[in-house]
Design a protein around this ligand. Sequence first.
Ligand SMILES: *Cc1c(COP(=O)(O)O)cnc(C)c1O
Length: 375
Amino acid sequence: MSVPFNKLIARIDLDAIRENYLLLREVAGNPAPVIKADAYGHGLLPVARTLAQAGAGSMCVGSVEEAVALRGEFSGRIVSLLGPLDKADAAAVVEHGLVPYIYRREQLAMLAEAARNAGGQARLALKFDTGMGRLGFRLPDVPDLVATLAANRELRLELVASHLATADEPARDDYVVRQRGVFEAVCSELRAAGLDFACTLGNSAGLLAYPELRYDLQRPGIALYGVNPFCGTPLAHLGERLRPAMSVRTPVAQVHSLDAGESVSYGCTFVAPKAMRVAVIAAGYADCYSRALGGKAEVVIRGRRAKVCGRVCMQLSIVDVSDIPGAEAGDDAWLLGGEGDDPVTPDELAGWWGTITYEVFCLLGLNKREYVDGL
Ligand SMILES: *Cc1c(COP(=O)(O)O)cnc(C)c1O
């Protein structure tokens, strides 16, 4: 998927992803990287290849399509499926030996039927809602699940999973502890029924901040792409060695002068308070450079910051280059990252945008991508 009609390039630094993965492995032992949603906009296949080379034995994707795309080069590794699963997916799940996160009784019947049709077994993870209030079984469902598994021998439970709602908010650690308590209760009840399985609870923030929640494997996503989930909190030191993998640039289309009192862009919302020079850059909301960034965001040109003036247009924006001597058409304008010692960080861009880094990556990653790999 890519936005084909403009000039934006998302550059993906695979070395950064490799280093982030190795760092997480050093901390936690057994991360199963989360590469759903096209690896958070970084590109499913290049990211999966990089992680496989670095030694990742299992990975988490979001859909059967993503899992099947990894088949072949990825055989022998455990691919688990975090996303929704319907009847049409069951046969492919069994055929490819995927481990889907099951959150509804009917899905067990679908899987059992697909396994019987294929004359094989269906591997699966049980997903429990321990406080996220989203998908999953709950503690009182355990006896029924145990009975269903016992009655359908082709169902092979491999993993018990849950997801944390507040792990990246140090002030909400009480809620994490509560979720852990429910998770432990679920796991012991399943074990007491004679079942054997691995456990997974932590996302990036859980992995970094809660050693007691690391269990058999961890599911880091955002940290892999270089975002510190604790940026701006008292736990910021936990993720300070992570390095962002995505940077995004676009060319300057024109540079021109403004007299004091002249305006730029739709609605004339920005009026030059003094004589200025501005650069028109080839980035707008059609390229997923959000209109919410108007008047707020900064870009990097020639290693210096330039602020967006007035409204972001569909495929163009205007930035103040008064303090960047020599800025001219053809220069790179970095919307994210940038050369020099003051790159735009994912957290800064998300802040101006009014969102989180996850959404910034998923959206900007829809543009054309290029890959950097030092190996
Ligand atoms: C996306 C996702 C993750 C990864 O979370 P991060 O905050 O990006 O580390 C882990 N587990 C599940 C179930 C997810 O959907």
